[in-house]
Write a protein that binds this ligand. Structure first.
Ligand code: ZN
Length: 65
């Protein structure tokens, strides 16, 4: 099921099923997780670990709660 593996666009590591992840779609960032949103596909948007995203200072794209 390699196509179900999400990896972080910053560190390149796999994003775990229950890890908080940030998805950026159409210049909008939001926080979710693969567990919360099983229909999420890696083809749509760019994915980051929440911590990587925060550490990079990318908050200029506001995260919707
Ligand atoms: Zn990461």
């Amino acid at each position: 099921m390699a196509d179900k593996v999400f990896s972080c666009s910053i560190c390149g590591d796999v994003i775990g099923m229950y890890e908080p992840l940030i998805v950026v779609e159409e210049h909008q960032a939001r926080q979710t997780s693969r567990a919360a949103e099983p229909a999420l596909t890696r083809e749509r948007g760019i994915h980051y670990h929440r911590d990587c995203y925060a550490a990079r200072g990318l908050e200029q794209t506001p995260i919707k709660p």
